[in-house]
Write a protein that binds this ligand. Structure first.
Ligand code: BGC
Length: 621
């Protein structure tokens, strides 16, 4: 993992074109139903929401079956304006003739039980105006959302006029600008809890008042390093990065299986007085994993029955263990599938493995399956990965990502409640806060957004991004209780190269380059970054809207090998981990900034660990 930044999929020219464009949602429309085919009474509702920008749009449609079970479906509708075009769709086969659009079901979503729903969507273009279509039909029958009563007659004439969707998704849609963000007020401000709620209760913030699990495997690696005992008792996450990692004695750094960790967590909890204990487990084995990079490719492939294996050999087994009553007093935080859903937003066009992840529905269904199983266990908490600011912080990526998160959550049994929160910066290096400038800073009349480093992003650091994203998610329909996490394990950027004050330069590029504490060559660099340091230590309630700073990437574990290394884990060699690589369009054709002599991802990298300690910020005492 830790694939790209991928402002990526969007060229910088295009991004510039979007600067002033507001992202807005069209009202949702619902439509109809009534008529039968020979055997099934069709009754349906279609909810349509679209984000649009000048000339472009990204639309999501949720088809709800209110009638008899369907074994297959075809959705049709007409664009009101002849300029409106579907350019690329997902979760259905899309075609368009004139203004008439047809979406036919894929194998995995063709059967729709009574009351069942499925979400599909497309990106498209328009000029002039971009009104929402209203005449949705399933299998030729108009959808108006009226619940089906006894078999209607085939001649029942479908209503043409859509009724506005009663609930659907709220249409308030933020611009990605932090200053223009909706004002969903963040969840209760930091308040250390006084008396902890009864053990096992599902609380709003699982980090509040809790101590963190110390992973003995990682701790032993840290202690084996000179000076490592200074950090060896910090809580880091357990990565279940392959099926074998669930059981004891798997390869790599990790000798303990999931049960070993949970048993040990129970012991640490008992030794710890009355404070509850939070253990973090990374769920990381989707088929076609790390689809836009090579360093963390995994064992499962979509084309080789990977999704079914993911469900039965991975998620079911994990959920079965976590549900064991002997673990019910622990707070088990799961970090769900780093990079996966963000890859569906930005990397489908350029990467075949991502294209397949999207068209097959495997990422969406895999994440939904994980959420269903994990959320059902009351002491398990789910945090879905939301990449980082230098991946999603542009208009073109931000709102489509919010929409996809909403769509994914809406398709789970518990809906938006199946997600406790989102995590940003997992295994990445973006600074938590840039202390010497923010997105509103101007230099000689020029916004820092115009600098090469910021490159028109709406965010300059992870905390502002996390809060902006949270606001947008709440505006979209997530509960105000969702909380954000930031992985701060390697984003400290201390040491001699850290600026100590804002630059006095009047040139915007020089100003930003001299002021930024993130010392990477380019914000798109993600592999074993030279010069990085350990960041803020884990901490609950560090700011409004944030549940915690956490250490998810265990410092000292490599992001990927700097040369090709044979291995039996499915890991590839990504040139972004090669210090001699001169880059590609995703990192502005810059050097990769990676450390030399790195082992395969997940394996211990002593030199990196030493540098991370040396450049820790706050410094280690
Ligand atoms: C690797 C995993 C590893 C994790 C934590 C990922 O980049 O692919 O194998 O468990 O990092 O170090």
């Amino acid at each position: 993992m830790r694939s790209t930044p991928r402002p990526g999929a969007v060229s910088s020219t295009v991004r510039r074109g979007l600067v002033a464009a507001a992202v807005l949602a069209l009202g949702s429309t619902a439509a109809v139903a009534t008529a039968t085919s020979a055997s099934a009474a069709v009754s349906c509702k279609v909810n349509y929401t679209a984000s649009e920008w000048q000339g472009g749009m990204s639309a999501n449609l949720t088809i709800q079956n209110l009638g008899d079970a369907l074994s297959n479906w075809t959705l049709t509708f007409t664009f009101p304006n002849s300029s409106q075009k579907v350019s690329q769709g997902w979760s259905a086969n899309w075609s368009q003739s004139g203004s008439n659009v047809t979406a036919t079901a894929l194998d995995w979503n063709k059967s729709l039980s009574t009351g069942g729903s499925t979400s599909i969507g497309f990106n498209g273009s328009w000029s002039g105006s971009n009104p929402a279509p209203t005449d949705f039909k399933i299998n030729g029958v108009s959808c108006n959302g009226t619940p089906q009563s006894p078999s209607p007659s085939p001649s029942a004439s479908p209503s043409k006029s859509p009724s506005p969707s009663p609930s659907a998704s709220p249409s308030a849609s933020p611009s990605a600008s932090p200053s223009a963000s909706p004002s969903a007020s963040p969840s209760p401000s930091p308040s250390p809890s006084t008396s902890p709620p009864p053990p096992g209760t599902h609380v709003d913030n699982p980090y509040d008042g809790a101590t963190g699990y110390v992973n003995p495997d990682w701790s032993a690696s840290a202690k084996s390093e000179p000076g490592g005992s200074r950090v060896a008792n910090i809580s880091t996450a357990v990565w279940l990065d392959r099926i074998a990692a669930i059981s004891s004695g798997s390869a790599g750094n990790n000798s303990m299986g999931l049960r070993d960790h949970l048993d040990e967590a129970v012991k640490q909890d008992a030794a710890n007085g009355s404070a509850p204990l939070t253990i973090q487990v990374v769920i990381y084995d989707l088929p076609n994993r790390d689809c836009s990079a090579l360093a963390s490719n995994g064992e499962l492939k979509i084309a080789q029955n990977g999704l079914a294996r993911y469900k039965s050999e991975y998620i079911d087994v994990i959920a079965g263990i976590m549900a064991d009553p002997k673990y019910s007093n622990l707070r088990i935080v799961t970090v769900i599938e780093p990079d996966s859903l963000p890859n569906l937003i930005t990397n489908v066009n350029a990467f075949q493995a991502c294209q397949e992840a999207q068209s097959s529905g495997a990422y969406v269904q895999g994440v939904q399956y994980a959420l269903n199983k994990l959320h059902a266990i009351s002491n398990v908490y789910t945090y879905v990965d939301a990449a980082h600011h230098a991946w999603l912080g542009w208009d073109s990526n931000f709102q489509p990502m919010v929409n996809l998160f909403y769509q994914v959550a809406s398709g789970t049994t518990a809906g938006v409640k199946s997600i406790d929160g989102f995590i940003v910066n997992t295994a990445n290096f973006s600074a938590t806060v840039e202390p010497y400038f923010n997105i509103n800073t101007t230099v000689n009349g020029q916004s820092v957004r115009q600098s090469k480093w910021v490159d028109w992003n709406w965010y300059v650091d992870e905390q502002s991004f996390a809060v902006g994203l949270r606001n947008a998610l709440v505006a979209k329909g997530f509960p105000n209780t969702i909380g954000m996490l930031i992985d701060t394990s390697r984003n400290g950027w201390g040491g001699a190269a850290r600026p100590t004050k804002a630059s006095t330069s009047t040139d915007v590029n020089t100003f930003v380059n001299e002021s930024r504490v993130d010392r990477r060559i380019h914000a798109g660099n993600w592999c074993n970054q030279s010069g990085a340091g350990m960041g803020e230590r884990p901490k609950a309630n560090p700011a409004a809207g944030l549940d915690a700073y956490v250490w998810i990437k265990p410092p000292g574990e490599s992001d990927g090998s700097s040369t090709a290394i044979n291995n039996d884990e499915g890991k590839g060699f990504d040139r972004m981990c090669d210090p001699t690589y001169t880059g590609n369009n995703l990192n502005g054709n810059n050097m990769s900034g990676a450390l030399p002599n790195a082992p395969v991802s997940g394996h211990w990298f002593s030199a990196q660990f030493q540098q991370l300690m040396q450049n820790a910020y706050p410094p280690l005492s």
